[in-house]
Unconditional design. Structure first.
Length: 266
């Protein structure tokens, strides 16, 4: 089996370059922000970071395909880099430090493309998380200064900490009643949003999290970090991996219950 460590090292180089670019424009008074056709914001920093990453990949991995939120897919083949230049753009443009660059490498296999490398870099928080298939998940400042991640062992939903992003998507999908039932049963709820709940599941500080509507670039990097930390990452339909258009992540022990609540009245 490939060890993917060279690809992981490259992903860190890409994240370093993106961090420098995004932090340079964070809280800039002249930051340019536009509205995309789906009515979500995109800043010049989103576009600049993705262009930067694509440029590095063109030089370092010219045979690999690239899929990014801002510029779509380029290239074909069994290996595909998946990029979200700024996950949490609404936070970024308002000066909230909870945003990250998500970089994943996906490889063709049974059941389609699956993530084999993932880096989640949140420079305004001073945090970075990463994983490579078969090598575990880690957090720290660099590859040489890292702590291995392990999900929690909480086994009762009444003892669980549940993180989410917002209520709106659940209501639009008709899942709000089950979602609210879950919030009443767990020990604690917090709406941290975006990439962060998944990283806290991987760290063991949160036990379950879910979102009703996501794109592949929102999930590819977070999925492998969660699973390499010993957790479970599926769609709300229970399908493993980041391909369902939504996500549920847990320490594994609580996963069936999590899905049960979110699907119970759907």
């Amino acid at each position: 089996m490939p060890d993917y460590l060279d690809d992981l090292r490259l992903a860190h180089v890409l994240a370093d370059a993106a961090d420098a670019a995004t932090m340079d424009r964070f809280k800039a008074l002249d930051l340019k922000v536009e509205t995309k056709p789906d009515m979500t914001p995109v800043s010049e920093a989103d576009k600049g970071a993705e262009e930067l990453i694509r440029g590095h990949l063109q030089r370092a991995r010219p045979r690999d395909a690239v899929l990014g939120e801002e510029y779509g897919v380029e290239g074909t083949g069994p290996r595909r880099w998946v990029i979200d230049p700024i996950d949490g753009t609404k936070n970024y443009v308002r000066g909230v430090p909870v945003w990250a660059t998500l970089i994943a490498l996906m490889e063709a296999g049974e059941g389609g493309f699956q993530p084999v490398v993932g880096v989640v870099s949140a420079p305004a928080l001073g945090r970075r998380w990463w994983a490579a298939k078969g090598h575990g998940a880690y957090a720290g400042r660099s590859l040489s200064s890292a702590t291995r991640l392990q999900v929690s062992r909480v086994s009762r939903i009444s003892d669980a900490s549940f993180a989410y992003s917002s209520l709106t998507g659940w209501e639009e999908q008709g899942r709000l009643d089950g979602f609210l039932d879950l919030t009443r049963e767990v020990w604690r709820t917090r709406a941290y949003g975006d990439f962060w709940p998944y990283m806290m599941v991987a760290e063991g500080s949160v036990d379950i999290c879910a979102e009703p509507e996501l794109s592949l670039w929102d999930m590819a990097a977070t999925a492998i970090v969660v699973t390499e930390a010993g957790g479970a990452f599926t769609g709300l339909d229970g399908r493993p991996g980041p391909h369902s258009g939504n996500a549920a992540a847990s320490n594994g022990l609580l996963h069936d219950e999590l899905l049960g609540y979110l699907n119970q009245r759907y």
